[in-house]
Design a binder for this molecule. Structure first.
Ligand code: PLP
Length: 431
């Protein structure tokens, strides 16, 4: 550990706050550090390792495609890119896909799409939500509704304004003659695991139709079946299950008039990355049919976008998720985890204030004044994550008071139980 850290101290730009942990290998939802200590990985590389670590079929797909063709550039056609685009369109609806290499770059594509869309009318502005996160490029931090990512990098790229999340009237009031698009996450991730309400999403769709704006969704973290559906808005907008006698367990979907709108809901474009490549870097955006040819030849490009290697891996991941029923698994296991964590919150109301999220995208909001965390100046989220490390579990902080669970979609029920037992022990010791 000390030797690896020494290399970083001397040679790596110190732009990240890192935990004192050097990881060397993984298998499924297990990872080992350089000293041989084993951890249960409930963070999956920030919602990236969709099938866990070292999945044998992904390893084989990587090896086979790399022995055939890794990269040729977008001057030529390659079959895996076309097939992956087809698979994504099949999951969403009529449209087309552009391939990039990260979430930030996928969002850059959306920003350019909005500018192109509004250009001839002098419209360029994109409205986003407070507490959102859209990446660390210059336009990404301009789009992000959190001051901490902008600090020291001003001036921002012009044309972005932020309004309170889940507040339809605030969004309506913010629209100006220059507005071209609205961009929101279905479930705010970095902002602390806050799902959009069904009413908000349906309201945004109607507002965008009324004002001729593009509706964009950032599905980089909450997408790719994490919620139990391919995109989180599909889960959020599900009608409540018909459970005679019992209360609905899903978020409340809108009643009759809203039902048709919910079933027909589609944004105009969706950005993706993180789980899309399961750890192999790839990003993408899907754009709905009427706007699918806005970015014509020569208008947008990236050298590495949609390489045969990245696309072959992403295709294999989609195939395994479908074959193994991992969407339903993520939903069921996520619901169970949420229920059990909610019970833990009821047991320790002085330690856990709320449990939020859908499927395998869950957040624990910590109580504001946990005595065990007082006095050392470090955010409570970091202190809890560190204690969980000591107890053998990896989780991800989101801001100063939220800890996220973003495990692999194929996390097993017994691994989830093991994680819950560790959470329980760690929270009990915080008393
Ligand atoms: C991680 C993330 C991004 C940025 O993706 P990178 O691959 O880090 O550039 C953008 N939007 C959301 C919602 C994210 O969670």
């Amino acid at each position: 550990m000390a030797a690896v850290k020494e290399l970083f101290d001397r040679f790596v730009v110190p732009s990240y706050g890192r935990f004192d942990l050097a990881l060397s290998r993984g298998q499924g939802s297990r990872v080992w550090d350089v000293s041989g200590k084993r951890y249960l990985d409930l963070g999956a590389g920030i919602a990236v390792s969709a099938l866990g670590h070292a999945h044998p079929e992904i390893t084989r797909a990587l090896a086979e495609q790399s022995a055939r063709l890794v990269h040729v550039s977008n001057l030529y056609y390659t079959e895996p890119q076309g097939r992956l685009a087809q698979a994504i369109v099949t999951l969403l609806g009529p449209g087309k896909v552009f391939f990039a290499n990260s979430g930030g770059e996928a969002n850059e594509g959306l920003f350019k799409l909005a500018r192109k869309f509004g250009h001839d009318e002098g419209r360029y502005e994109i409205l986003t939500a407070m507490n959102s996160f859209h990446g660390r490029t210059l336009a990404g931090i301009s789009a992000t509704g959190q001051d901490k990512v902008k600090k020291g990098f001003e001036p921002m790229v012009p044309g972005f304004r932020h309004v309170p999340f889940n507040d339809l009237e605030a969004m309506r009031d913010a629209i100006s003659p220059a507005t071209a698009a609205i961009l929101v996450e279905g479930i705010q991730g970095e902002g602390g695991i806050t799902p959009a309400t069904p009413e908000y999403l349906l309201g945004l769709r109607a507002l965008c139709d009324e004002k001729r704006l593009l509706l964009f969704m950032d599905g980089v973290q909450c997408g790719h079946f994490r919620s139990g559906r391919f995109q989180s808005f599909q889960r959020i907008l599900e009608p409540p299950p018909a459970a005679p006698g019992g209360p609905p367990t899903a978020p409340h979907a809108p009643e009759p008039d809203g039902r048709k709108a919910a079933a027909a809901f589609l944004p105009d474009a969706i950005s993706m990355a993180k789980s899309l490549g399961g750890g192999f870097p790839i990003g993408a955006f899907w754009v709905r049919a009427p706007y699918a040819d806005l970015l014509g030849p020569g208008t947008h490009a990236t050298t590495f976008g949609g390489t045969p290697l990245a696309c072959a891996v992403a295709l294999k991941i989609l195939e395994i998720i479908a074959r193994d029923g991992l969407a339903n698994h993520a939903r069921a296991l996520g619901d169970l985890l949420k229920q059990r964590l909610t019970r833990l919150a009821e047991r320790f109301p002085d330690r856990i204030r709320a449990v939020r999220g859908l499927g395998l995208m869950l957040g624990l909001e910590l109580a504001p004044d946990i005595a065990a965390f007082a006095g050392n100046g470090k955010p409570a989220s970091l202190q809890l994550v560190q204690r969980l490390h000591e107890a053998g579990v990896l989780t991800i902080p989101a801001g100063p008071r939220v800890v996220r669970l973003l495990p692999a979609l194929n996390l097993s029920a017994s691994e989830a139980e093991e994680g819950l037992a560790i959470f329980e022990a760690v929270f009990a010791r915080l008393g």
